[in-house]
Design a protein around this ligand. Structure first.
Ligand code: HDD
Length: 697
């Protein structure tokens, strides 16, 4: 028998059986996924008929021999994989991260440090609690997970749109999720925290108070994935070329600002457009309105105690206010392409906090340490085995030569005789890499202490930070927090749980506890609100800053007699701002003819207020009091949306009772469009908030 050929070490470590290198993750089509124009079996055999089974006679029994029938149905039977235990509902997109070079002094990771370096990414946004088919706009934390395909290996930054987490230690995660997921008896409610066991858990684990405040704030119901911040939550350790270390916390800041839905909008969307966020993201990318975020870091000295000005940097229920330590921008993320196939990309993408690259290390945060075990472990079940990093969306863009072999769904055809290191049989490769060769060499750090099941005393402060958060909100945001608690606790059956939550709130803010108690018809408990740091303006979403309108939606109420030239002019003006105009009329079809002709995109039957960021009424729009049109206008009024009307359109607004701040009228489009655009840049007409009844929002 001839000796086995020596492996060619210059060849890619893994090639498919067809010889196609496994580098297709950035979009090259893998011929095994889909190739040629002819229908085939999974085996590649051309199929003449996929609608009729092979039978013994036209009316006779079906034959087991029909391999196409068997394979077609059997594959279908196995099409579903387990959904994620949490974050099951999500939407993803491809993009690019570009470093600006300013992190060069603190990390050796080129993805963050090398000025102008472009790294491909795949980002997945998600809700936490709902099942895969649940509605996007449930009140919940949003996941913001980014896979950086760096040349040094894959780095996963698996964050949320809130900078703090429910719990301080990973060991509590199963309890938290058991309490937050639907009840084990009736399996309700779906995608909701408004139930007994959730509030039971968070009131018994008061470390959850800070996160609950964020969840009950407007952050729990984002307007769009494109308008959310993202946070790495934990402190990470960055290491530079000189092996000096700092601690950092990562933050994504959206270029479009941080904006939310109202609770009424969120609830309506759950019924009328459960895919609201998924659609918004895909539509914006398809329209070329590529969402962007700046990646920033707060940098802290890597001291022995890992505290900053009394704030424990290892406690994931705490933040360091940006006014104390500013966020420094180190790069930009741009999402530029929708997935080609939802399952292959968004469903099969698998993140792992344990995936880091040289220059990025962990801290002792007990939440992070537990996560580093959990993510790898969960993929073994969810994706069926240890080879999940070989799936196209998960494949590293760095060469892989890992001595790992076999396992379910092995897709590579590894070469060589010696899958162990060191070896002499395969020419001594693969061989370990030291620091100079880019090896992941951990910078030594001192650890000492007794083996205990305890946490540091600083972990016991559960109220000062939620108190700071609440104090930092504007009045309208505080009102929303009160309403959210009142709604959620109103759905709780056990009086004792409601009272316990009120007792917790009394340690945060007296008026918050009193207002929620009043809404529930319960006595306000006495408490002692915690001392806290000064309010942090960075925590409020109502800033007065004007943001771009990319991907914003505007309805123009029209009809057969509407001023079509005016609508065309409005569309042009909004296009220039990146916003999209949708014509809304009593019936479908086309309005007018010639160059000003307008296609009706929504009718009074198919449209709902939640779809639009502003509503305009055209001159000549019907003022027949259609109840659906009136409801849309009145909802938009309560939702604090800007309005405009020209010509007779203002009469339609009057008839629906729409007036006051943020309602712009004139005789032509030119008269109103500047004010409309300016008001939309503020997201909502906040001055109207006090004029609409609290019960409506
Ligand atoms: Fe987690 C998924 C974010 C704590 C265990 N988590 C998951 C996803 C995000 C987060 C965004 C979805 C990833 C995707 O889109 O596929 N998780 C967080 C954040 C945490 C956190 C920001 C705290 C700072 N997670 C956490 C703990 C544990 C887990 C403490 C377990 C001890 N998380 C999981 C998981 C998931 C997951 C069960 C489900 C699907 C998956 O991992 O891939 O392993």
């Amino acid at each position: 028998m001839p000796p086995a050929p020596k492996p060619d070490q210059s060849a890619p470590a893994q090639v498919s059986p067809t010889g196609v290198p496994f580098e297709a993750a950035d979009g090259d089509r893998d011929p095994r996924a889909q190739g040629g124009d002819v229908l085939t079996s999974p085996n590649g055999v051309r199929i003449p008929d996929t609608d009729h089974a092979l039978k013994a006679g036209r009316r006779g029994p079906t034959l087991l021999e029909d391999f196409h029938l068997r394979e077609k149905i059997s594959h279908f039977d196995h099409e579903r994989i387990p959904e994620r235990a949490v974050h099951a509902r999500g939407a993803g997109a491809h993009g690019v991260f570009t470093a600006n070079g300013s992190a060069a002094s603190i990390t050796r990771a080129p993805v963050l440090a090398e000025k102008g370096l472009e790294t491909p990414v795949f980002v997945r946004f998600s809700t936490v609690l709902g099942s895969r088919g649940s509605a996007d706009t449930a009140r919940d934390t949003r996941g913001f997970a980014t896979k950086f395909y760096t040349k040094e290996g894959t780095w996963d930054l698996v964050g949320n749109n809130m900078p703090v987490f429910f719990i301080q230690e990973a060991i509590k995660f199963p309890d938290l999720i058991h309490a937050a997921k639907p009840s084990p008896t009736r399996e309700i409610p779906q995608a909701q925290s408004a139930h007994d066991s959730f509030w039971d858990f968070v009131s018994l684990h008061t470390e959850a108070t800070h996160h609950s405040l964020w969840n009950m704030s407007d952050r729990g119901i984002p307007r769009s994935y494109r308008m959310m911040e993202g946070f790495g939550v934990h402190s990470f350790r960055l290491v530079n070329e000189a092996r000096e270390t700092v601690l950092v916390q990562f933050k994504w800041t959206p270029k479009l600002g941080v904006h939310s839905l109202t609770w009424e909008e969120a609830q309506l969307a759950m019924g009328t457009d459960p895919d609201f966020h998924r659609r918004d993201l895909a539509d914006a990318i398809e329209a070329g309105a590529f969402p962007e975020w700046e990646l920033g870091v707060q940098v802290f000295p890597d001291t022995d105690d890992q505290m900053y000005e009394g704030i424990d940097l290892l406690d994931s229920t705490k933040i360091v206010p940006e006014e104390m330590v500013p966020v420094q921008t180190i790069g930009t993320l741009r999402l530029t392409a929708n997935p080609t196939n939802y399952f292959a990309e968004t469903e099969q993408v698998a993140y792992n906090t344990g995936h880091v690259v040289p220059g990025i290390e962990f801290t002792n945060d007990p939440l992070l340490q537990g996560r580093n075990f959990s993510y790898q472990d969960t993929q073994l079940t969810r994706l069926g085995g240890p080879n999940w990093t070989q799936l196209p969306i998960n494949r590293p863009h760095a060469p892989v030569n890992d001595d790992q072999r076999d396992g379910f769904m092995q897709q590579g055809v590894p070469t060589g005789e010696a899958p162990y290191t060191p070896n002499s049989v395969d020419g001594g490769v693969p061989k370990p890499a030291d620091w100079a060769e880019g090896g992941y060499v951990v910078v030594p750090r001192k650890v000492e202490g007794e083996v205990v099941r305890e946490v540091a005393a600083s972990f016991e402060d559960h109220f000062s930070q939620p108190a700071m958060f609440y104090a930092s909100l504007s009045d309208v945001e505080k009102t929303h927090v009160v309403e959210a608690y009142t709604f959620e606790l109103g759905k709780v059956y056990e009086q004792a749980i409601k009272e316990r939550v009120l007792g917790v709130l009394a340690n945060v803010d007296t008026s918050l506890a009193e207002l929620v108690a009043e809404g529930l018809g319960l006595a306000a408990p006495s408490g002692s609100p915690a001392d806290h740091l000064p309010p942090s303006p960075a925590l409020s979403q109502v800033t007065g800053e004007a943001f771009p309108l990319d991907g914003r939606q505007v309805a123009v109420v029209a009809g057969p007699d509407a001023d079509l030239a005016g609508i065309a002019a409005l569309r042009e003006a909004l296009d220039a701002e990146g916003a999209q105009l949708k014509v809304l009329a009593p019936r479908g079809g086309v309005l007018g003819s010639g160059k000003d002709q307008q296609v009706v995109e929504r009718t009074n039957v198919t449209a709902r207020s939640i779809e639009f960021d502003a509503v305009v009424v055209a001159d000549g729009a019907p003022d027949d009091g259609d109840i659906k049109a009136t409801i849309l206008l009145q909802e938009a009024l309560r939702q604090l949306k800007p309005f405009a009307a020209w010509g007779s359109g203002s009469g339609v607004l009057d008839a629906a009772g729409v007036s006051g701040p943020g309602v712009f009228t004139g005789s032509s489009v030119d008269d109103v469009v500047t004010d409309l655009v300016a008001a939309m840049g503020q997201h909502r007409v906040w001055e109207r908030a006090e004029l609409v009844t609290a019960s409506a929002v």
